[in-house]
Design a protein around this ligand. Structure first.
Ligand SMILES: NC(=O)c1ccc[n+]([C@@H]2O[C@H](COP(=O)([O-])OP(=O)(O)OC[C@H]3O[C@@H](n4cnc5c(N)ncnc54)[C@H](OP(=O)(O)O)[C@@H]3O)[C@@H](O)[C@H]2O)c1
Length: 282
């Protein structure tokens, strides 16, 4: 095993994160951290992988809890570990029939999918060197065309957008949901869309900042995955959907890209690339 070199996967107790961890354990020479918020579930997931002859390392990590993130980062620091791979996979989606108030859905979705992803990534960056890779698990929902307002789209895609500006743009969305003016103000009606568009904007911002340091940053739409998130629907098994994220983590052929589940790069600001929307071919 490569000494002190590590890979980290968030939300890895099940679904896509578990499958990505499995493949990394098979192919990556360093230590693979299977992280998740529930210790019992995490240890059980590690046991399952151990039965397959693999050797993941568990660490508790609730991405929304700053203390949990700090403990994990301190652990990396104290062990003098170098993070070669960070896969930001943890995510939540409220389906259309969810009963929680819209504001609660928006706040939680933005917190897990965007704010926490940024917080963790910024905390891990000091432990990365040239050659490191960051893979942000996005979605087709992260395509810029999913935001109806051109003005908002232009803000998200601006090369001059700073991290503080991106965070405040996303906070203004949550405020708009609270005041019930999100649709009127051109955000559309999906917190998941806004969270993943913001993840993509952050990916490209990081790429601009880190490419000169040799750090590769991409975001991925993994496909319609058969997981708890989709209540078992979907057309691709997690172990197959893990292929592209793992390829980008081990030997990326591209950087600063929005990569689709078939491995192709999709222009973020282009036409909606989906061929099947809301139950019909387009
Ligand atoms: N499924 C799809 O069709 C699809 C399509 C496009 C993109 N994606 C993206 O793929 C990623 C994985 O989704 P999935 O389909 O594998 O869904 P999943 O089976 O529901 O898994 C989601 C994972 O995120 C974890 N998570 C949620 N909140 C967390 C927190 N606060 N801290 C740490 N972990 C947390 C969950 O942990 P718990 O078990 O503790 O809740 C779980 O491990 C997500 O980012 C999702 O948006 C999925």
């Amino acid at each position: 095993m490569a000494e002190n070199k590590v890979a980290i996967v968030t939300g890895a107790n099940k679904g896509l994160g578990y499958a990505i961890t499995q493949k990394l354990c098979e192919k990556y020479k360093g230590k693979v951290y299977l992280t998740c918020r529930d210790e019992v579930k995490g240890r059980k997931a590690c046991e399952e992988l151990t039965k397959l002859g693999l050797n993941p390392t568990f660490h508790q990590l609730d991405v929304t809890e700053n203390e949990s993130v700090k403990k994990f980062v301190t652990h990396i620091h104290d062990n003098k570990e170098e993070v070669e791979i960070l896969i930001n996979n943890a995510g939540v989606l409220y389906l259309k029939d969810a009963l929680e108030p819209r504001f609660v859905q928006a706040e939680h979705t933005i917190s897990v999918n965007f704010t926490s992803l940024v917080f963790l990534t910024e905390a891990i960056l000091p432990f990365m060197k040239s050659g490191a890779k960051i893979v942000n698990i996005s979605s087709s929902s992260g395509h810029l065309s999913r935001i109806p307002s051109e003005e908002l789209r232009n803000k998200f895609r601006s090369d001059k957008l700073t991290l503080d500006e991106l965070k405040s743009l996303v906070s203004s969305y949550v405020e708009d949901v609270k005041e019930n003016r999100d649709v009127k103000n051109g955000w559309g009606d999906s917190p998941y869309v806004v969270s993943k568009v913001a993840v993509n904007a952050y990916t490209f911002m990081l790429h601009r900042k880190l490419s000169s340091q040799g750090i590769t940053v991409n975001c991925v739409h993994p496909g319609y995955v058969q997981s708890d998130m989709t209540h078992g629907a979907g057309n691709i098994a997690p172990i197959m959907a893990a292929n592209v994220p793992v390829q980008l983590a081990l030997a990326p052929r591209v950087t600063g890209q929005f990569v689709w589940h078939n491995g192709s790069s999709v222009p973020w600001g282009g036409k909606d690339p989906r061929v099947y929307i809301d139950g019909r071919h387009v």
